[in-house]
Each structure stands twice: as C-alpha cells, then as structure tokens.
Design a binder for this molecule. Sequence first.
Ligand SMILES: NC(=O)c1ccc[n+]([C@@H]2O[C@H](COP(=O)([O-])OP(=O)(O)OC[C@H]3O[C@@H](n4cnc5c(N)ncnc54)[C@H](OP(=O)(O)O)[C@@H]3O)[C@@H](O)[C@H]2O)c1
Length: 250
Amino acid sequence: MSAMGNNLSTRITLEQSRVVVVGGTSGIGFAVAEAAAHAGAEVIVASSNPERVAVALKRLPEGTRGESFDVTDETQMSAFFARVGAFDHLVYTAGESLLLQTLAELSIEAAQQAFEVRYWGALKAVKYATPLIRKGGSITLTSGVASTRPLPAWTIASSILGAMESLTRALAVELAPLRVNAVAPGVLRTDMWNSMSETDREGLYTFIAEKMPVQRVGEASDVAQTYLHLMQQGYSTGQVVVVDGGHVLV
Ligand SMILES: NC(=O)c1ccc[n+]([C@@H]2O[C@H](COP(=O)([O-])OP(=O)(O)OC[C@H]3O[C@@H](n4cnc5c(N)ncnc54)[C@H](OP(=O)(O)O)[C@@H]3O)[C@@H](O)[C@H]2O)c1
C-alpha cells in the first residue's frame, strides 16, 4: 500500500495492500473482496460457515485466503486477527437475516441478540484489528438506508444502523489518523433476504424498484466500488456514504 505523489497526496493504491473482509463470503463482502483482489490487493475473507468460506474461495480470484470463525465470539475474533498480522484495510459486512418485527411482536431478548453480529461484531473487529492496521490504512463499516428511512417493523434493524453510523463517527475521532467510514446501501439482491419466501422477496424487490429513481434494486457489485473508494480516498473519514439508487428520496 502506498500514497501516490507528494506528502499531501490523498490517493492510496490497493496494489500490494492487504485487505481483510469480515463477512466476505457472500453478498456485499464478497463483491468487495473480488473488487479489491482485482485492484491488486491480497484479500482475506472470513465468515462463520466453513463450507461457505470454501465455496467463496473457489469463486474469488486466485491468492484470496479465507477463514471461518464466529464474530460473536471475542476469543475467536482476537485469535483471527492475531493470525492475520499486519494489514492495511478492514471491511466489515457480516450480518445475518434482519429481525423485522413490530414492537408488539418483539421479544426484548431477541432484540438485544440482534445487535450481536452487526454492532458488537463490528466493534470487536475494530478493537482487535486497529493495532494491526498499517499507516495509511482504513476501516469501512456497513450501515443501510433504513437508518434514516425505516418502515414499520424496522425498529431494531434501523436502531442497529443508527448505532453503526454513530460508531463510525466516534471511531474516526478516537482512532485518528486511522480513517473510519461506513457505506449505507439501499436494498440489494443478496442472501440477506433469503429468510423470506421467494414470492415475498421478489414482491419486496418489485415494490421498491417501482418507487426508485433508478427503477431497480441494487446488486452487491453496485456498492462494492464505494468501499474501494473509501479505502483509497485518504481525505475521507467519519463519513457514511449512501449508495441506494435514490431510495432515500422516495
Ligand atoms: N442486502 C441488502 O439489501 C443490504 C442493504 C443495506 C445494508 N445491508 C447490510 O450489509 C451487510 C451485509 O449484507 P449482505 O447483503 O452482504 O448479506 P449476506 O449476503 O447474507 O452476507 C452476510 C455475511 O455475513 C456472514 N456472517 C453472518 N453471521 C456471521 C457470524 N456470526 N460470524 C461471521 N460471519 C457471519 C455470512 O457468512 P456465514 O453465513 O458463513 O457466517 C456472510 O458472509 C449487513 O450488515 C446488512 O445489514 C444489506
């Protein structure tokens, strides 16, 4: 990883950098891992299911490495980063199916549990990754447009996203000069929606696409370049970049 030009240059190249994508075996993380590898980075992906890791590694560019561990387990998280060693950019995209329930239906225990992978997992990853990130590196977390545009039954999902955005800003201040940003995607066709029946899922995609300025829901590849941009844009920190096809407007 190197800064180009003079000392004030803010452009960072991914050539020969090391990029760790926690949640990189599927959806957004997979697309980021693929794009970073094509940009010349050595990429390490991680997620909880060893079979998914193996399948992802078969599809990702040669040289990509992978490990399985559960982000809810602090000991596993710390051991993973100790094995990784020094690297340049952390991307965190791990997340399971969304908890979408009205307040009346919601169990408080399930609501608290819902923060484990997305919020507490991200915090643990940042805690153990930060000492290993080389000068000029970055952290990119993941939020979503439901942070600012929730629907009924999105109370917990939206709260997690809001927490992620505040976490991003707080970390950017505390960990400076290490840069910390987040990407807030709109609705994308990924495995995250697989807990819905195919009919419900396609109904959701169609309902949203019809309202959207770009007239379609997104693909993971639509947002991957934004993660790469934030890794390489050395003057951005504490920012939440919305990539949603105009969803927040309608
Ligand atoms: N898709 C969307 O429409 C959308 C929109 C806005 C925001 N987002 C956010 O973007 C993030 C990624 O979503 P996605 O669409 O890429 O989802 P995805 O395709 O389901 O990928 C989620 C990844 O997280 C990993 N994961 C889940 N639980 C884990 C655990 N306990 N430990 C380690 N890894 C774990 C999964 O692998 P394993 O199963 O192997 O663990 C998988 O690699 C989520 O936070 C989501 O809320 C998504």
